[in-house]
Design a protein. Structure first.
Length: 470
């Protein structure tokens, strides 16, 4: 529940003219759920004569009883004024001028200035970039945000929640609604359609009827979006813990056919959803999964279809080459770095060997090289996801886990208990020590010839990018 006091009617509050202000005793947020360093940043801004609000996803998540991933602050202080207040503050961004205030070695809080609602066409110079950096009031800043549930402000001065767009009402209804005309907002920035699909999956919300209609109408515009932003959104989806639901929403919105048409055919969906469910389960437990494993989980059906279901240890190098050549254009479109794409192709190609361990007189030598290869950890990790998703190849997985067990662990696993082990015989005493014990004069030690500098062996180099060593 968002409202903490049952005596207050939600409808009576939502009938009020905006802004709606909920005092600290009328909502579920508390200052104790906010990190002390974040409270200190807002307190310093107030001491400097500026306003300071928490805004965005952190307020939404705290009102829903969830733990926020990070905290964002909005203020009327200009970026350079923020920088003057904090020693470890850096200004970044061209699209949005932001201040990053560091609270530890690698953690920072994002502080943004209120922005005005300006039409880029009205500006003579700078276009959209200039429009994004025209400063304004908190009311204008609220209207610039994407969805109503992300446009709630927590006032650090009196711990009240301020709503300018109806976000409190939509949280109660579990509804995702754009601020303003959704068709225009999606046309201006089609990446918002992807964000809408992800928010609905993560929060268990439904899009409004207008938003759903606008998303389907504007889905073709996703081809106009920046490829780098699309890559970032894809990784957010795969890491958010709700990738399976997000992909279902993207298909429902009609966006999948425009963004990743290779995955649009329905014959891939069941297997894809099963793998993503396993990925989500692991992510919700806090497990970090490398990009190569996440992307392989997304595209694996395409890889299997391209290389065929046969394979074996004699053909995984050929499978690697086929994947590199056939899906090179897709990798470029997804803005995957070359080394990352090599890892993905290696991870997928090695599944053939993992599924079908071979035999013969040379198998043990091949097995040792294969399991000791730098690409093996990612390959076996994805194989675990595949086994969990399909329920098949469990015996092969157990076999490869035993093979890949470090030599020390294998030897300790079969080592007899201490009571059964023979004691090591003591070493014989040195002749010099015997002479000293007998009271004799110890013999002088022989002087050793000085040795030259030791030759250092060159460090073992990693295989070149693009290679497929066994």
């Amino acid at each position: 529940m968002i409202l903490a006091c049952p005596m207050i009617s939600a409808l009576s509050i939502f009938r009020k003219k905006y802004p709606i202000i909920l005092p600290d005793d009328k909502h579920a947020m508390s200052r104790g759920s906010i990190e002390p360093e974040v409270l200190e940043i807002m307190a310093r801004l107030r001491r400097g004569g500026y306003k300071a609000y928490l805004v965005g996803g952190c307020v939404r998540d705290l009102l829903l009883g969830k733990k926020p991933k990070d905290f964002d602050i909005a203020t009327d202080a200009r970026p350079r004024q923020v920088k003057q207040l904090f020693r470890r503050c850096f200004l970044i961004g061209r699209r949005f001028r932001l201040a990053h205030v560091y609270i530890s070695g690698d953690r920072f809080v994002e502080v943004a200035t209120f922005r005005a609602a300006v039409d880029p066409d009205e500006l003579k110079d700078g276009g959209r970039y200039a429009a994004n950096n025209v400063f304004g009031s908190i009311e204008e800043d609220a209207q610039r945000r994407d969805f109503t549930i992300n446009s709630l402000y927590f006032n650090s001065a009196d711990s009240s929640v301020v709503d300018y767009t109806g976000g409190l009402r939509d949280l109660e209804k579990r509804l995702l609604r754009s601020i303003g005309d959704p068709a225009r907002r999606f046309a201006d920035d089609p990446v918002r359609i992807i964000r809408a699909a992800r928010f609905c999956a993560q929060l268990g919300f439904k899009p409004s009827a207008r938003d759903l209609k606008a998303a389907r109408m504007c889905s073709h515009r996703i081809k106009e979006a920046n490829d780098q932003r699309l890559r970032e959104e894809l990784l957010k989806i795969l890491r958010c813990g709700a990738s399976e639901g997000t992909m279902r929403n993207l298909i429902h919105f009609g966006l999948m056919a425009e963004w990743l048409p290779e995955l649009a055919p329905g014959r891939y969906h069941d297997a894809l959803f099963a793998r993503l469910t396993v990925v989500d389960r692991r992510r919700m437990k806090g497990e970090e999964l490398p990009v190569s494993v996440l992307v392989t989980a997304l595209l694996y059906d395409l890889f299997v279809e391209a290389t065929g279901a046969t394979g074996g240890r004699q053909s995984f190098q050929e499978s690697y080459i086929i994947l590199k050549e056939r899906f090179g254009e897709l990798a470029q479109r997804m803005r995957l770095p070359r080394m990352e794409w090599d890892n993905i192709c290696n991870t997928a190609a090695r599944q053939m060997v993992l599924m079908q361990p071979g035999g013969g007189k040379n198998w043990k030598r091949f097995e040792k090289k294969f399991s000791g290869n730098i690409y093996f950890p990612h390959a076996i990790l994805f194989f675990e996801i595949l086994v969990e998703a399909t329920g098949r190849h469990a015996e092969q997985l157990a076999y490869w886990k035993k093979v890949s067990q470090p030599a020390e662990a294998r030897s300790s696993a079969v080592r007899p208990p201490a009571s059964d082990r023979r004691e090591r015989p003591e070493k014989a005493a040195r002749p010099e020590a015997k002479a000293e014990d007998a009271g004799g004069t110890p013999k002088p030690k022989k002087r050793r010839r000085p040795r030259g500098p030791r030759k250092r062996h060159p460090q073992q180099q990693q295989p070149p990018a693009g290679g497929v060593p066994a």
